[in-house]
Structure formats: C-alpha cells, structure tokens
Design a protein. Structure first.
Length: 74
C-alpha cells in the first residue's frame, strides 16, 4: 500500500470513532502497514524515520488500548 493511500485512509478514519470491532481492527491494520517504510528506513540508519516510527508505535499502543476497552464494552 502506498504511503499516500495509507495517510489518506488514516485521516479518513480518524475523523470518526470506530463503531464496530471490524472498524477498530481495520484502523490497527492500516497503522501497522503505514509503519513499514519507516521501519526499513530506520534499519538503514535514518534517524528521522526512527523518530516517526516511535511516534507511530505510541499511537498504535493508545489505539490498541481503546480497542480493548471497546471490545469489553467500557
């Protein structure tokens, strides 16, 4: 998936809160896919990509926690 499409998809889904487990899962999947290029760049020594990767991992952690709360009905 190209980086522009991933960014566009994330922006589109961030405007609204997910209402189903499938929507939450889809958001998490998109987030993980969007980090692939930064992982590869960071592995080659790109420090900015490493910073973006860590930022996205923190966002992934927060979204995962929201997903758990949603699945528990809280």
């Amino acid at each position: 998936m190209s980086e522009e499409l991933v960014t566009e998809e994330i922006e589109k889904t961030e405007l609204q809160d997910p209402e189903t487990l499938t929507e939450y899962y889809s958001r998490l999947r998109i987030m993980v896919e969007s980090m692939e290029s930064d992982v590869l760049k960071s592995e080659k020594g790109n420090k900015a990509a490493g910073t973006r990767l860590r930022k996205n991992l923190r966002l992934l952690k927060k979204t995962s926690a929201d997903f758990v709360r949603f699945s528990l009905g809280k």
